[in-house]
Design a protein around this ligand. Structure first.
Ligand code: ADP
Ligand code: MG
Length: 263
């Protein structure tokens, strides 16, 4: 019997982070971080405060430049334009265009306080994508509905709970149809009773196949929803693997110590 030839092409990672280094002054924050995220994959990033998790997400989202290494989103180099084999720094307009592929949700909800929930969601598609107003509004309503907030479309952020605001923030990020969603401790600022509604929306997104990188201290969410968990400390990836491995049978003492403190 002949060996079957494997003709399947392995999927190219949607996000590739390779040997990334980043310092603030003398503070080396990322010391050679590499991480690949495939399309449809949900990767959880755990680690103590100060380990560089937010900085890593900010580098992916063009909010910081890396000092060394490279990041690609869907094959496209973050921060530079490649032209005839040479790299050119991006102009602000080009950065803005690239960032449209990336949705980011922060710990603080960052909604526009003077706009309603619906206006927050509709704003970028209208202004940036120049979508016809009626279409953009209909899509924004559908998105609000999908996060359970169609009935609060006309409320201002100050009239919404933290959990509701964060769900609007997720809808707003999704309105740009991003290829990947980055979450930076999206439930850390919430009262405990509001955490579940936000994690529920994220869980659904994951089930729908969204590619997600989620910095979180919610170990239960990481275990149940993430395909892979990365443990970072002091600017390096200490270990990564399926949650059953990293969370339930960590190989490294630092991971064990961190998880012991979380439980
Ligand atoms: P984490 O999200 O894991 O808590 P951060 O990426 O926020 O870690 O921070 C890592 C380190 O980088 C910390 O020492 C922090 O003080 C420092 N840092 C983060 N952002 C900046 C900045 N904009 N300027 C200077 N130092 C920063
Ligand atoms: Mg952080």
């Amino acid at each position: 019997m002949s060996t079957p030839v494997d003709t399947t092409v392995p999927p190219a990672p949607l996000v590739t982070i390779q040997d990334v280094e980043k310092s603030y002054g003398h503070n080396e924050v990322l010391k050679g971080v590499s991480l690949e995220v495939n399309a449809g994959e949900v990767v959880g990033v755990l680690g103590p405060s100060g380990s560089g998790k937010s900085t890593l997400l900010r580098c992916v989202n063009h909010l910081e430049d890396v000092d060394r290494g490279e990041i690609r989103v869907d094959g496209v180099l973050v921060g530079y334009r490649e032209h005839r084999g040479r790299l050119h720094e991006l102009r602000p307009k080009e950065v803005a265009a690239r960032r449209r592929d990336i949705g980011m949700v922060f710990q603080r909800f960052n909604l526009f306080g003077h706009l309603t929930a619906l206006e927050n969601v509709v704003e970028a598609p209208l202004r940036v994508r120049r979508r016809p107003r009626a279409e953009a509004r209909a899509e924004a309503m559908a998105l609000l509905d999908s996060v359970g907030l169609a009935h609060r479309a006309d409320a201002y952020p100050s009239q919404l709970s933290g959990g509701q605001q964060q769900r609007v923030a997720i809808a707003r990020a999704l309105a740009m149809k991003p290829k990947v969603m980055l979450f930076d401790e999206p439930t850390s600022a919430l009262d405990p009773e509001l955490v579940g509604e936000v994690l529920g929306v994220m869980r659904r997104l994951a089930d729908e196949g969204m590619t997600m990188i989620v910095v979180t201290h919610e170990i239960g969410f990481a275990r149940e929803v993430c395909d892979r968990v990365v443990f970072m400390a002091d600017g390096v990836v200490v270990e990564q693997g399926p949650p059953s491995q990293v969370i339930d049978a960590p190989q490294h003492e630092r991971t064990r110590a961190f998880l012991a403190r979380m439980s």
